[in-house]
Design a protein around this ligand. Structure first.
Ligand code: PGA
Length: 264
């Protein structure tokens, strides 16, 4: 596990974009796992700029998003379909058949739909590079605390904390989704490489538990400790509660010298 400590959100976004851009250039047919939320917005803006500058091409890439609210039509302003279109897809050159987001508008056969989403990832060759944010409660995707660390794509009831964090986006209580379709923790751990981005003091406790705490289903992101190629890119505020910051900086210096490919 690499922990890259950056000054602020802009630096986090730039470093993440540098890594994603290098991965796309070295494998144009890459399969990317994508996230929504405030955290990856800066990353997407940077990638759009690189595309516009003519230095990045997504035409052969495939994407799978982590999650989508259940019961929310694609055209809803707060759907993750709308989010991805507005903030990324409509600005770059993915082929539309190659972008996948769980379908939150389904009303039956949930298990078979989730199995189909899993199978689509497998058919595409598996996820090469997964982007993650982290919730205040340590969730990744919508894998709320106590999710099985072996879970696959499925319906998940949203936690009180997640509902509170998202309520302002929906008009009133009755419109706020109560469930989501999300890749499982097992699905995420199958990715070949994982980048988790975090910014701000509100994430400090979750980040510290994920990196330095015990592996526990109470903190879904702690499962990432079991993955061989995870990089946390976090700003000073999000890293505030880490106890080993000097060691992570030392590890990074040594990585630059001995295994720089892990940072490219
Ligand atoms: P945020 O959400 O990026 O909007 O903070 C992250 C998450 O809940 O996974």
């Amino acid at each position: 596990m690499l922990v890259v400590l950056k000054k602020d959100y802009e630096e986090v976004s730039r470093e993440a974009a540098r890594i994603v851009a290098a991965a796309v250039r070295s494998n144009p047919a890459i399969v990317l796992g994508l996230a929504t939320g405030n955290t990856p917005l800066g990353l997407y803006t940077e990638l759009i700029d690189l595309y516009r500058a003519g230095t990045l091409d997504f035409s052969r890439a495939t994407t799978f998003n982590l999650d989508e609210y259940l019961g929310v039509p694609h055209s809803h302003p707060q759907s993750y379909h709308t989010f991805m279109d507005q903030h990324f897809f409509s600005h770059v050159n993915f082929s539309r058949q190659s972008t996948h987001i769980p379908d939150g508008s389904i009303t039956r056969d949930y298990d078979s739909y989730c199995a189909f989403y899993e199978a689509s990832i497998k058919t595409a060759g598996g996820i090469d590079l997964q982007i993650l944010g982290i919730g205040r409660n340590g969730h990744i995707g919508f894998n709320e605390p106590t999710s099985s660390l072996a879970s696959r794509t499925r319906l998940k009831a949203l936690s009180r904390e997640t509902i509170e964090d998202s309520r302002h986006l929906f008009g009133n209580e009755s419109e706020m989704p109560k469930c989501a379709i999300t890749m499982g923790i097992g699905t995420i751990l199958d990715s070949r490489r994982i980048l988790l981005l975090a910014s701000g003091r509100s994430k400090a406790a979750a980040v510290a538990k994920a990196i330095e705490g015990p592996i526990t289903s109470s903190v879904s992101a702690s499962a990432l400790q079991m993955h061989p190629d995870v990089t946390f890119i976090i700003d000073e505020e999000a890293g505030y509660s880490l106890t080993q910051r000097d060691y992570y900086r030392h590890v990074l210096e040594m990585t630059k010298i001995f295994t720089p490919e892990r940072l490219s």
